[in-house]
Design a binder for this molecule. Structure first.
Ligand code: HEC
Ligand code: HEC
Length: 287
């Protein structure tokens, strides 16, 4: 589970680069994210583990190919892989790992990839989302970060974010997954725009829930679960909207890949029925 959690964190980082590069931003995000993933005393990790947390998002589990080429075949000697990793493939998605990994780490991964050549070819990732397990994860009451603290499905759950049973349920598995793990995502709907509410005593951030002539009701999302506050208008100094979203942006590290697939299956099942299939490949399609 640990490796999976790291893998997904890396996927999110890399997918973030896809989003970033499509809006013309530089690709440094992946380098720093990966350097960070490598931090925490992980620099001496074995090649297999580094491979598992970095390469499968593009090259598939155990290098059997995904959106990037299969790393199987006679040409994948340690020297060949070392060179590909050190230089990257400019103009393609293949990143340059110099500066991200140390020379020793590049060597360890290269040796691991070379060692795969004799290993039996494993089946494609068999991970599948399970809508019933996703429902449990979505509503898990002891988790401050469970989706239901903010979202409802068919009226059951929180009111801070939109009900996910209608519009969201009709999105593709891939789109839903991106909306859950990637920032910036996000609806343009002003009803969900985050705001800053300054009172005479404190500054709250969150989402305005409503008002009467005398009071403002406000979901304070500074800590989760959100707290619904009622503030006398006479205490309000200012109320301004902010860019972004109150939805947490770190679900890739709070849930395992299996749990995220389960949640995607659950959200989709609210529109399409319990027989919905969400497979790993639906979220990370081959290109
Ligand atoms: C963001 C996607 C991505 C990631 C992450 C990635 N690669 Fe690649 N890699 C590619 C693509 C795309 C190509 C094909 C480039 C081309 O068309 O020349 C490639 C090519 C390669 C090649 C050369 C393949 C050949 O047939 O010559 C090697 C070796 C390689 N990658 C190793 C790795 C290793 C090892 C890792 C992890 C440390 C890794 N890659 C991570 C996308 C990726
Ligand atoms: C702190 C509150 C909060 C939590 C917790 C939260 N969300 Fe959200 N979410 C929002 C808000 C507000 C929006 C609408 C603004 C936006 O799109 O960011 C939103 C938007 C979304 C959307 C896009 C909806 C659409 O129609 O495009 C999806 C999908 C979603 N959330 C799923 C989830 C899932 C699944 C979880 C749990 C893993 C979760 N959210 C946890 C507040 C939250």
């Amino acid at each position: 589970m640990k490796v999976q959690r790291l893998t997904i964190r890396c996927m999110a980082a890399i997918a973030g680069v896809w989003v970033a590069s499509s809006v013309g931003m530089v690709q440094t995000a992946s380098v720093s994210a990966q350097a960070q993933a490598r931090g925490n005393g992980r620099s001496s990790q074995h090649g297999a583990e580094l491979f598992a947390t970095t390469c499968p998002v593009c090259h598939g589990e155990a290098g059997v190919g995904s959106s990037a080429p299969t790393l199987r075949g006679a040409k994948f000697t340690p020297g060949y892989v070392r060179q590909a990793m050190s230089e990257g493939r400019p103009g393609t998605m293949m990143p340059r790992f110099t500066g991200v990994f140390t020379a020793a780490e590049i060597e360890a991964v290269a040796r691991y990839v070379a060692s795969l050549q004799s290993a039996p070819r494993p089946a494609e990732s068999g991970l599948r989302g399970d809508a019933a397990a996703g429902e449990t994860a979505f509503f898990r009451p002891q988790r401050a970060y469970s989706c239901a603290v903010c979202h409802s499905v068919n009226g059951r759950g929180g009111r801070v974010g939109p009900d996910l049973a209608q519009k969201a349920a009709s999105k593709s598995a891939r789109e839903l997954f991106e909306k859950i793990v990637l920032a910036p995502h996000r609806l343009k709907d002003v009803a969900y725009a985050p705001s800053r509410l300054t009172t005479k005593l404190e500054v709250l951030t969150g989402i305005k829930a409503g008002e009467t002539p005398d009071v403002v009701r406000f979901y304070d999302t500074r800590a989760l679960p959100p707290v619904l506050r009622t503030i006398d208008k006479s205490d309000v100094v200012s109320l301004t909207t902010m860019p972004g979203s109150v939805m947490p942006t770190d679900y890739a590290s709070r849930f395992t890949l299996q749990e995220l697939l389960d949640i995607v299956a659950f959200v989709k099942s609210t529109g399409s029925g319990p027989d919905i299939q969400v497979r790993f490949q639906d979220v990370f399609p081959r290109q």
